[in-house]
Design a protein around this ligand. Structure first.
Ligand SMILES: CC(C)(COP(=O)(O)OP(=O)(O)OC[C@H]1O[C@@H](n2cnc3c(N)ncnc32)[C@H](O)[C@@H]1OP(=O)(O)O)[C@@H](O)C(=O)NCCC(=O)NCCS
Length: 147
């Protein structure tokens, strides 16, 4: 599996499809890929097998030297094979080089264990988001401090 920062337009379209297929469609939700955007620049990390994107992380870097890991998804048939770990290592390398102090994620209840293993710690109790009403998904904001 190869991990990289992705800029190719065609590959980024694959990323959008993958995020929808993994994150929202199974929950009966519309494609909310850009619903949370506020015009910030995104850094997209991909996990690829040959020409196929099998996982992606989307990171937003803020002016105050913090970052948000906004979307994280691996295709079901590739989950549990360290794609998420590889994507995180790639993202961490990048944000360290940018001088970022900390990064947070709205961690889904179904993925809390992954974020804990990755070294994130929960900063909040359970939160609900109106876009996810009825989906069974709740969130905790989790932080990772960059040493
Ligand atoms: C969460 C996700 C990105 C993790 O990627 P992955 O490639 O499956 O994870 P990895 O194989 O790199 O796993 C790394 C470790 O985390 C653990 N882990 C992975 N997913 C987990 C989960 N959902 N719950 C608990 N532990 C999990 C693995 O067992 C592994 O543990 P180990 O190091 O002791 O072997 C991926 O499973 C996914 O896309 N899930 C569905 C969408 C989702 O929930 N996204 C996150 C939204 S906040």
């Amino acid at each position: 599996m190869q991990f990289a920062v992705e800029k190719d337009k065609g590959v980024l379209e694959q990323v959008d499809n993958l995020l929808y297929e993994v994150l929202w469609k199974p929950r009966g939700m519309p494609n909310v890929r850009h619903q949370f955007d506020k015009g910030e620049a995104e850094i997209i990390f991909t996990a690829r097998e040959g020409n196929n994107v099998v996982g992606a992380f989307v990171v937003i870097i803020y002016k105050d030297k913090t970052a948000e890991l906004r979307h994280a998804a691996v295709l079901p048939e590739y989950q549990g094979q360290k794609a998420g770990k590889g994507l995180w290592n790639e993202a961490l390398k990048y944000i360290k080089a940018e001088g970022i102090n900390s990064i947070y994620v709205y961690a889904r209840n179904t993925a809390i264990g992954f974020w804990e293993k990755t070294g994130f710690r929960a900063e909040t109790d359970w939160l609900d988001h109106e876009a996810f009403a009825g989906s069974g998904i709740r969130f905790k904001i989790m932080f990772f401090d960059i040493k």
